[in-house]
Design a protein around this ligand. Structure first.
Ligand SMILES: [Zn+2]
Length: 373
C-alpha cells in the first residue's frame, strides 16, 4: 500500500489508455560518472492520486528524500527576474530585525538567497547567516523543490517543526495552468507532487501558517507562482483535520493528460522513424523522459545522448553513455535514417543539422518541446 506524501491517506493507481503503470530508470538528475556508483541511483515509479486530498503524484522507489537535483554540480537556470521584488516583499514582512537566519531547502534557492542578502545588507543595514535547521530559521526558502520531496518526514520537518514566526517562501511551476494550455513538459518522474497554489496554501494553513503574499507569473514562458507564508507563534487546534476533510485538488487529469501526450508523441515518432534510432542533443529531464518512454514502448529502440556540459558528458543513464556534442557527426552511419531531437534552437542547432544531413541524408528532426506540447 502506498500513502500520500502530504495527507498520509492511501493512494490509488491511476489507470489510463497508455497502460503504462510503472517504469524503471536511472535517476535523470544524477548523471553518475562512475558506473559502479550508479547502483542506488535507479528507481521505479508509478502514477497515483490520493483518495482523500485528490493530489496527483508520482511514487518513486528511491530511498533519497529529495529528487530533482541529485547531482549538486548541475546548474539549473530558473527565472531570476522577480528575485529583487520578491526579496523586498520577504524582508518587509519580517520587520526590523538585526540578523536574519536563512535556510535553503536546495541549491535552487542560491540566487534568491543572494538577492535577499544584498537587500538585507544594503537597504536594511542588517546581517544574515545561513542555517542548517528549519527550527532556527527566520526565512525558509523552498523554491522549485517541494514538488521533488520524496519523504513524508521531510515535509513534516519543513511544515511542522519550523521556527514559530518564520517565513516560508515557496515557488513552483503552475502545473494546472500549463496543463490547461496543453503544455505538458512539466511531467518528470523526479517531480513527484503536482499541486496548485491553492493546495500548498491550504496545506500550510493546516500546519499553522498564514498566507501573507501570493504572486502568479502568468506572462513568463513557463508560468509559476510564489507564496510567502508565516508560521504562527502558537499552534491552532483542529486545523489538520480541516485539511483532511476536503478534496483540495479538483482538476482530475493532470498527470494522465501529460502522460498520454508523451506516449502519443512517442508512438508518432516510432511510426515515422523506421530504424528506431533516436538521437537526443542537449540532455535534460525532457529528453531523458522522452527517451525512457520510447524505450519502454519499443524495447528495440536505439538511443544516443549528447550534451556539452562537462558534468553530464561521460556519465551514464540506463547504461547509455552521454557523449560530447562534438561526437554526434562521427557517430553517424549513413544508413541511420535517425530522428534527431534538439533541446535548443538557433544557429548552433541549425549548423549541427546541416552537418548531420551531409552524412545521414534521410535524417529527421524535432525539438523536444514538440514531444510535449
Ligand atoms: Zn493526500
Amino acid at each position: 500500500m502506498k500513502n500520500c506524501l502530504w495527507c498520509g491517506e492511501e493512494l490509488q493507481l491511476l489507470a489510463d489508455e497508455s497502460n503504462i503503470k510503472r517504469l524503471n530508470t536511472t535517476i535523470g538528475s544524477a548523471f553518475p560518472k562512475d558506473h559502479k556508483k550508479s547502483s542506488g541511483l535507479e528507481h521505479d515509479f508509478g502514477f497515483y492520486k490520493c483518495s482523500k486530498c485528490n493530489l496527483r503524484q508520482i511514487c518513486s522507489s528511491s530511498k533519497l528524500e529529495e529528487l530533482g537535483c541529485v547531482n549538486a554540480l548541475i546548474r539549473y537556470h530558473e527565472p531570476t527576474f522577480h528575485h529583487e521584488d520578491l526579496a523586498i516583499r520577504i524582508i518587509s514582512l519580517l520587520g526590523n530585525k538585526s540578523t536574519y537566519n536563512i535556510y535553503s531547502l536546495s541549491p535552487k534557492d542560491n540566487d534568491l538567497a543572494k538577492a535577499l542578502k544584498t537587500i538585507i545588507e544594503v537597504r536594511f543595514n542588517g546581517k544574515f547567516g545561513d542555517c542548517t535547521s528549519v527550527a532556527s530559521a527566520d526565512i525558509i526558502l523552498a523554491t522549485r523543490q517541494l514538488e521533488h520531496i520524496n519523504s513524508k518526514r521531510k515535509i513534516e520537518e519543513l511544515f511542522n517543526h519550523s521556527n514559530p514566526g518564520c517565513l516560508l517562501v515557496v515557488e513552483a511551476l503552475d502545473f494546472h495552468y500549463l496543463s490547461n494550455k496543453g503544455v505538458h513538459s512539466y511531467l518528470w518522474e523526479e517531480r513527484l507532487s503536482y499541486f496548485s497554489i491553492n493546495y500548498i496554501s491550504k496545506f500550510a494553513e493546516s500546519r499553522d501558517f498564514s498566507v501573507m503574499d501570493k504572486h502568479e507569473y502568468f506572462d513568463y514562458k513557463e508560468p509559476f507562482w510564489t507564496l510567502i507564508m508565516r508560521k504562527s507563534e502558537v499552534a491552532v487546534e483542529g486545523k489538520k483535520e480541516d485539511f483532511n476533510d476536503h478534496l483540495i485538488e479538483t482538476k482530475p487529469t493532470l498527470i494522465e493528460n501529460s502522460k498520454l501526450r508523451l506516449v502519443s508523441a512517442c508512438k508518432y515518432y516510432l511510426a515515422i522513424n523506421h530504424n528506431h534510432i533516436f538521437v537526443f542533443i542537449g540532455i535534460g529531464h525532457k529528453a531523458l523522459s522522452a527517451a525512457l518512454y520510447v524505450k519502454t514502448i519499443f524495447k528495440a529502440s536505439m538511443i544516443r545522448l549528447y550534451d556539452s556540459a562537462e558534468v553530464k558528458v561521460g556519465s551514464t543513464w540506463n547504461d547509455i553513455a552521454i557523449r560530447h556534442i562534438n561526437a554526434v557527426i562521427g557517430d553517424i552511419c549513413p544508413s541511420d535514417n535517425a530522428l534527431y531531437t534538439f533541446s535548443f534552437s538557433g544557429s548552433n542547432a541549425e549548423n549541427i543539422k546541416q552537418e548531420i544531413l551531409v552524412k545521414d541524408t534521410q535524417a529527421k528532426f524535432s525539438y523536444i518541446e514538440e514531444w510535449y506540447n
